[in-house]
Design a binder for this molecule. Structure first.
Ligand SMILES: [Zn+2]
Length: 588
């Protein structure tokens, strides 16, 4: 950190100069160093995620310390605070950058280097436990993809239950690390005057914990009528499928997803996996890129194809990699990579479109007018929302026909497609998982210090109350089922962002379909429409230079609202009410 004394010299030497000039000089140095360190840290983390070894973990730890030493340097914190005292005399983009200096500092404030050091070690250990955890079924290794494939296909409840229970084994291994991290994460947040880690994360939205929880509760209130209809219909279908009596709550192992976050596979008519049989894994990713090029975006940089890790580890290879799909902005410029395990099926077709959404967001704001500190989404949900918007676009029937996945004369059942959509991550069950279980549990753990010996009971209380789902048998505190979810470990106090992203996505989609394409939002095709591309680019190229509420209002004329989402599913709601006539609705 040789240059750091320079920062302090610069800051004080410029004290007599006009304030804006002092801020400019300060931010020039911070931006340049931040960008360089992001690259160093990303490279180390990339290696650790794509090839899990103790050596790579150690390197990632060192890089994490270097970033923390810079971002959390007390001299930086003091200067940003001092400048923000006169925020009205500074340009708005300078103010936003200074606020980001403080938000970044809060992740590792070197006012308490011991605490920060302990946190980095604990985070790295947790990531390693998570990435390398070996699931076992009847004593034999089983991969996460194999677990999901069995839950997606098996009609044998005993087999489903065994696989579901196997998928929960990682939680117990991850709990001790999570207990330690809860303390350490809250500790670092308090160093910068945030009450807890949850409050620090929601500050990126300019909101408090209570405001965020209220926003999420509002989503659930508005979507509840739809959710109750979907829940009732689904449990009747599943009871029929497995030859069981209709339960009040749905047993978790009846559902394809390990956390019941989506309920796919209920609608046979809409299952497209067979349509990908003659496609290659490379075709999946190339088709996703082609979508963006058609909208007027540039091709992905050549290094994307040489440096990404896109496909499953080959048989016989011993390398372990993180199986969770992600997209990385390595250098905040053009080194954009994606970590996936693409196989030719419907899931990865959508996931590849989604991940490249992040990639094109990166490419759009990596431009001279956006300082490196603000090369991020207008808020954290905008990134996810953009990815999810493209997932929705990639599932539209006319698009599937234009890419040759479905024949031109394919006769679709619009209700089946809408049902599949409603059960996927874009639908109502996802909101009750994200806004309900995930948000409330993490708010309890971080903001209310819920004791670890109540973690699993609280988790299942929320799954029962919000999602209407229950475990196949009681889950005691020897388990930590929350920790089986990747984000609980490595992206804490963040998951409400996915719920906001869904709501935001439907607003953008509604605008694109009705105002630009002049097509039905439930059956439209973005492909090759340059006006759609320009609309998206207009939002993405801003990065975080403006307040997200303004960006959303400028783009769509609306504030954040579930209006578009409720309207999208209106025809389905009417159909469900007819199907569910005479059935008991809800689980209480
Ligand atoms: Zn994403």
């Amino acid at each position: 950190m040789l240059f750091l004394p320079g920062v302090m010299v610069l800051a004080s030497a410029q004290a007599a100069a006009p304030l804006q000039e002092r801020a400019d000089r300060f931010l020039d140095v911070v931006n340049a160093t931040y960008k360089a360190l992001v690259y160093v840290q990303s490279q180390a983390q990339w290696d650790a995620a794509t090839d899990v070894t103790p050596e790579h973990d150690a390197a990632a730890e060192v890089a994490g310390k270097a970033m923390a030493a810079f971002a959390g340097n007390p001299a930086l914190i003091d200067e940003a605070k001092a400048l923000l005292k006169s925020r009205n005399d500074l340009r708005p983009t300078s103010v936003r950058q200074l606020e980001w200096v403080l938000l970044n500092a809060a992740e590792g404030p070197m006012t308490n280097p011991k605490l920060v050091g302990e946190r980095i070690v604990a985070e790295t250990q947790q990531a390693s436990t998570l990435n390398a955890f070996a699931f076992k079924l009847d004593g034999k290794p089983i991969t996460a993809n194999q677990i999901d494939n069995t839950l997606g296909k098996s009609r044998d409840l005993e087999e489903r239950r065994a696989v579901w229970e196997a998928s929960k084994e990682s939680g117990a291994a991850l709990k001790p690390g999570l207990v330690k991290l809860q303390q350490l994460r809250n500790g670092v947040a308090r160093e910068l005057d945030y009450p807890d880690y949850f409050a620090l994360q929601v500050a990126k939205y300019g909101m408090t914990t209570d405001e965020m929880v209220r926003l999420q509760d509002g989503f659930m209130r508005e979507l509840r009528p739809l959710y109750l209809q979907l829940h009732t219909w689904a449990k009747h279908e599943l009871a029929k499928r497995y030859g069981q009596p209709v339960p009040d709550r749905i047993p978790a192992h009846w559902i394809n997803n390990r956390w019941s976050q989506n309920w796919t596979g209920l609608v046979d008519a809409a299952n497209l996996d067979d349509r990908f049989k003659d496609k290659s894994q490379e075709w999946i990713v190339k088709t996703a890129e082609r979508f963006y090029i058609g909208l007027g975006f540039d091709p992905l940089p050549a290094t994307f194809w040489t440096l990404s890790d896109l496909y499953p580890v080959k048989a016989g290879e011993t390398r372990k990699k993180n199986t969770h799909a992600s997209c990385w902005h390595m250098d905040l410029e053009n080194d954009i990579r994606s970590l996936q395990s693409v196989e030719p099926n419907d899931y990865w077709f959508k996931a590849a479109h989604h991940e490249l959404g992040h990639g094109y967001y990166f490419m759009s704001y990596a431009r001279p007018d956006v300082p490196p500190l603000l090369r991020t989404g207008a808020n954290p949900s905008f990134h996810e929302g953009m990815g999810e918007l493209i997932t929705l676009a990639s599932a539209q029937l006319p698009y599937l026909q234009s890419t040759g996945i479905l024949p031109k004369d394919y006769k679709a059942d619009p209700t089946a497609f809408l049902l599949e959509e409603a059960f996927a991550n874009s639908g109502a069950p996802f909101i009750f998982w994200a806004s309900g279980t995930m948000t409330h549990w993490e708010a309890d753990v971080y903001a209310k210090n819920l004791p670890p010996d109540q973690w699993n009971a609280r988790w299942w209380q929320y799954v029962r109350d919000f999602q209407g789902v229950e475990p196949p048998s009681p889950r005691g505190e020897e388990y930590c089922d929350a920790a089986t979810k990747t984000h609980i470990n490595d992206t804490p106090a963040y998951y409400y962002s996915y719920a906001i992203a869904q709501v935001f996505k439907f607003q953008l989609h509604d605008h694109i379909a009705r105002k630009i394409l002049k097509q039905d939002p439930r059956s439209c095709n973005y492909a090759d429409n340059k006006e759609v591309g320009a609309f998206l680019k207009g939002i993405m190229e801003k990065g975080a230079t403006e307040d997200w509420r303004k960006v959303l209002r400028d783009a769509t004329g609306e504030d954040l609202s579930t209006r578009a989402m409720v309207e999208y599913f209106k025809p389905l709601m009417a159909w469900l009410e007819k199907q569910n006539k005479g059935r008991k609705i809800g689980w209480d």
